[in-house]
Design a binder for this molecule. Structure first.
Ligand code: ACO
Length: 422
C-alpha cells in the first residue's frame, strides 16, 4: 500500500505520510506541511478535515452504517438500555451486571443539585427557550460544585462525569416543568435511568406516576439513537472548548449552545411544522413535493437529506418503527403520522430525490414520537441533548486522555494591508 504522498512544490520534493483507520479510511498527515512548505490547508466547515483519531463512533454515510465502539446501533437498540450505552460510550465496554449496578448507584448518590440553582431558573422569563435555560444552568452548575478532580487520569475525571450524568436530567426536566408551570422535582431513585427521566419530566404533583412502559422503551431507543454521531458540530465544539482544559460542565454548556442552532439540533421541530402545514392546507402532499423540487422555491422537504448519509439514515429506519408503535397506542391516532408515511413513500419513489440520494434523516420521525409523548415542540432539542450527553462526555474524555493540543485553526487573512492613521 502507498503510505506516502509525494509532491513537488517550488522545486522541492515533499513527502507526507498517509495513514489508515481500521475501516479503511485513509488520511494525509499534514502536520509537517507548513514547516516544510510555508503552506497551510484551507477547508471552511472542515468538510474534508479529520480533526482527531477516535475510537468511539464509526459512521459510513454511503452504506448507512452507524456503530458505537464497534456495535451497530440496530444491535444496541435491540439489546441494550440507554445506561449501558452511556457506559459503553464513555468507558469503552458494555458494563457487566455488577458494573452497571455500581455505575447506577454512583449516579443516584449524586442526583441532587444545589437548591440555589432554582433561583437562577426562576429569574428566566416564561418565554425563554428551554435550550437557553439549560445551557445557562449547566454552565452555572460548576459554581455550585466544588472542584471534583484535577483531570490527570480517568479516575480523577470520573466524579465530574458521574455528577454531570446525575444532574443533567434534573436540569433538563426543570426546563420542561417551568414551561408547564409545574413544581420542580427530583429523581425517584427506585426507577431506571430512563424511567427516572420520564418521572422527572411528567410526574404531576397531585397523582401517582407510573411510567408508561411503551414510552419508556421508545425513550430508551430514542436516546440511544442520538447518543453519538462522531465529529458533528456540537461534539467538535465540546472537544475544542475542552482542549483549553476548561472544566467538563462549561464544555457541555458549549455543546448545548452548538446543538441549539437550527442547522443542527433544531430540524425535528421544522418537520412537525411542515407536516402540520400540509394537514391544515388540505393534505395536498404532492404540492409540497413539487415545491421542494422547484429550484425557484426555497422550500425543502424537512427531515430529508443529510450531509454525510447518502443512503437511508439508519437511525430513521428504527425511528419509523418506534413512531408506529408509540402512535399506535394513543387513542386518537395523530393524523400527521399518515401524512409523514405517505410523504416519505412518494419522495422515495420520486426521481428527484432518488437521483440526489435524499432519504429521511433522524429528524423525520423523532418529532412525531416526542409529540405523542406530549412533549412540547420547543423541548425537542432538549430531548436530543439528553441523548447526546454521553457522546459529548466520551468525546471530551477521549480528547483529554489523548492529550490533544489546544484547538487553534489558522486563517488566510484577506483584510486591509497595513495602513496608518493620518
Ligand atoms: N428537499 C429538497 N431538495 C433537497 C433537500 C431537501 N430536503 N436536501 C437536499 N436537496 C437537494 C439540493 O437542492 C441539491 O439539489 P441540486 O443538486 O439540484 O442543486 C441536492 O439535493 C444536494 O443538496 P445540498 O444542499 O448540496 O446537500 P447538503 O449536504 O449541503 O445539505 C442538508 C444537507 C442541509 C441536511 C439538506 O439535505 C437539507 O436542507 N435538508 C432539510 C433539513 C433537514 O432535514 N436537516 C436535518 C439534517 S439531520 C441533522 O442535522 C441532525
Amino acid at each position: 500500500m502507498k503510505d506516502k504522498i509525494r509532491f513537488n512544490y517550488e522545486g522541492n520534493f515533499i513527502e507526507l505520510p498517509i495513514f489508515e483507520g481500521v475501516e479503511g479510511e485513509k488520511a494525509i498527515d499534514i502536520r509537517r506541511l507548513r514547516n516544510a512548505t510555508g503552506l497551510v490547508t484551507y477547508d471552511p466547515g472542515y468538510k474534508n478535515t479529520g480533526s482527531c483519531k477516535s475510537s468511539i463512533t464509526y459512521l459510513d454515510g454511503e452504506a448507512g452504517i452507524l456503530r458505537y465502539r464497534g456495535y451497530s446501533i440496530e444491535d444496541l437498540c435491540e439489546n441494550c438500555s440507554f445506561i449501558e450505552v452511556i457506559h459503553l460510550l464513555i468507558f469503552g465496554h458494555i458494563p457487566s451486571k455488577k458494573e452497571k449496578e455500581i455505575f447506577l448507584s454512583e449516579i443516584r448518590e449524586k442526583s441532587l443539585v444545589d437548591e440555589d440553582l432554582k433561583g437562577i431558573l426562576k429569574s428566566f422569563p416564561k418565554t425563554a427557550h428551554p435550550m437557553c435555560i439549560l445551557a445557562s444552568l449547566t454552565a452555572g452548575l460548576v459554581a455550585f460544585t466544588p472542584k471534583l478532580g484535577s483531570y490527570e487520569d480517568i479516575e480523577q475525571m470520573r466524579p465530574s462525569i458521574i455528577k454531570m450524568l446525575a444532574a443533567f436530567p434534573i436540569l433538563a426536566s426543570w426546563t420542561h416543568r417551568k414551561s408547564r408551570g409545574l413544581p420542580l422535582n427530583y429523581a425517584n431513585n427506585s426507577l431506571t435511568y430512563v424511567g427516572n427521566i420520564a418521572h422527572m419530566m411528567f410526574r404531576r404533583p397531585h397523582m401517582d406516576y407510573k411510567p408508561n412502559p411503551i414510552e419508556v422503551k421508545a425513550l430508551n431507543k430514542l436516546l440511544i439513537l442520538h447518543a453519538d454521531h462522531e465529529q458533528n458540530c456540537s461534539s467538535s465544539t465540546v472537544r475544542i472548548v475542552g482542549s483549553s482544559h476548561a472544566d467538563l460542565f462549561p464544555c457541555i454548556a458549549a455543546g448545548l449552545s452548538a446543538l441549539w442552532g437550527k442547522l443542527h439540533g433544531g430540524a425535528n421541530q421544522a418537520v412537525i411544522e411542515m407536516l402540520e402545514k400540509i394537514s391544515v392546507q388540505g393534505n395536498d402532499i404532492q404540492k409540497f413535493i413539487d415545491r421542494a423540487k422547484d429550484k425557484n422555491d426555497p422550500f425543502r422537504l424537512m427531515g430529508f437529506g443529510h450531509r454525510v448519509y447518502k443512503n437511508y439514515d439508519p437511525r430513521a429506519k428504527i425511528l419509523k418503527n418506534i413512531a408506529k408503535e408509540v402512535l399506535g397506542q394513543v387513542s386518537n391516532r395523530d393524523p400527521i403520522l399518515d401524512i409523514a408515511i405517505e410523504l416519505e413513500q412518494r419522495a422515495l419513489e420520486d426521481d428527484y430525490f432518488k437521483s440526489r440520494k435524499l432519504y429521511p434523516n433522524v429528524d423525520f420521525y423523532s418529532g412525531l414520537i416526542y409529540r405523542a409523548m406530549d412533549i412540547p415542540t420547543r423541548m425537542f432539542t432538549v430531548m436530543f441533548a439528553l441523548g447526546r450527553l454521553p457522546g459529548w462526555i466520551s468525546q471530551w474524555l477521549e480528547m483529554r486522555q489523548n492529550n490533544e493540543p489546544i484547538g487553534r485553526p489558522r486563517q488566510i487573512y484577506v483584510g486591509p494591508k497595513r495602513q496608518d492613521i493620518k
